[in-house]
Design a protein around this ligand. Sequence first.
Ligand SMILES: Nc1ncnc2c1ncn2[C@@H]1O[C@H](COP(=O)(O)OP(=O)(O)OP(=O)(O)O)[C@@H](O)[C@H]1O
Ligand SMILES: [Mg+2]
Length: 375
Amino acid sequence: MKINRIQLTNFRNYEALDLSFDDGLTILTGENAQGKTNLLEAIFLLAMAKSHRTNNDKELIQWDKDSARIIGDIETKNYTFPLEIQISKKGKKVRVNHIDQAKLSSFIGKFNVVLFSPEDLQIIKGSPSLRRKFLDAELAQSHPVYLQELLDYHQILKQRNKYLKEYGYQELFDDLYFDVMTDQLISKAVNIIQYRTSFIEKLNTYAKEIHHDLSNERDELRLDYISSSSKLDYNNIETLTVQFKTLFESALKREREQGVTVYGPHRDDLAFLLNGKLASNFGSQGQQRTIVLSVKLAEIELLKDLLGEYPVLLLDDVLSELDDQRQHLLMRRIEGKIQTFITSATIEGLELDQLENLDLYYVEAGQVVNQSKGV
Ligand SMILES: Nc1ncnc2c1ncn2[C@@H]1O[C@H](COP(=O)(O)OP(=O)(O)OP(=O)(O)O)[C@@H](O)[C@H]1O
Ligand SMILES: [Mg+2]
């Protein structure tokens, strides 16, 4: 899978950009704050219909303009088609092959990317909500159905919490009505957990092997999905519905007092274990970076299994942070197979010597100049 061309209009600091790409490696260099990450962000948006940096779409529109537009020409092994996103102050419109899509879920996943940026270290160090976001984003782009399940779950959760808050303390609390909501919630919860556990299981197989390689066979990596209650046994998924029912029955008093749903996938977490120990507590900076890199590379292989072709890889400012050996291993894995975009303030220190198909661009104030001829 690849992106052959991108056109930006009033997107961040790009007033008008029309750029064509080759299959192999594209390097974007330039000083700080010139638009390198903005360009990767635009490519990421074509896959996920949202930015990796902000939840506020209005920030993407160029200052003093009314709307922004991104068009990408995508090529998969079966089709070639344009994807289009238009962002205005009123909202977002998306098109696949010139056809308006009423739901974002029918747009997301038509084009697949894996992004690795410095903020990704937060997947290990940050709060559980960031890890859930990571799982949700990866599952959404590979399983469009998952996204719908997740949206449904959150809708029911919101209703249920509202009811608990308003009527939890009241005599007229309607048990029957509440039980129906709980059953609906459990049914969605079980589906979400099944998707997540099976995703993590598959990710583990690849991540373990890749990490072994990247850490010189020193460290063993494992990802563990952590449930919101020790009373839920995710290894026994067939009985999960019953487990949830029992748990919610025993938690009813507490839920009514607190006015909130205390168990479920919205409270689950993901643990990164290095030789059996939590990497967030015991891993060095370098070890944490290696874990994230391993997980990203594992995701690439997983998407390949699911889609039958590799996604596009976006490396924002991370290559220069890796030591020579890890850069080499990374390059060996992507070379000739995966269209890759790399941003870096300078190309010095990048291990790029043996690469063919290299396109070098210089980014300055929202303009992109091809410098490959000079290399
Ligand atoms: N909505 C917007 N309208 C106009 N310009 C914007 C908008 N949002 C961001 N910018 C500009 O884009 C710049 C950031 O660009 P970007 O993040 O791509 O930099 P970069 O080249 O990746 O730099 P670095 O090397 O520091 O990572 C900001 O400093 C700002 O000037
Ligand atoms: Mg940047």
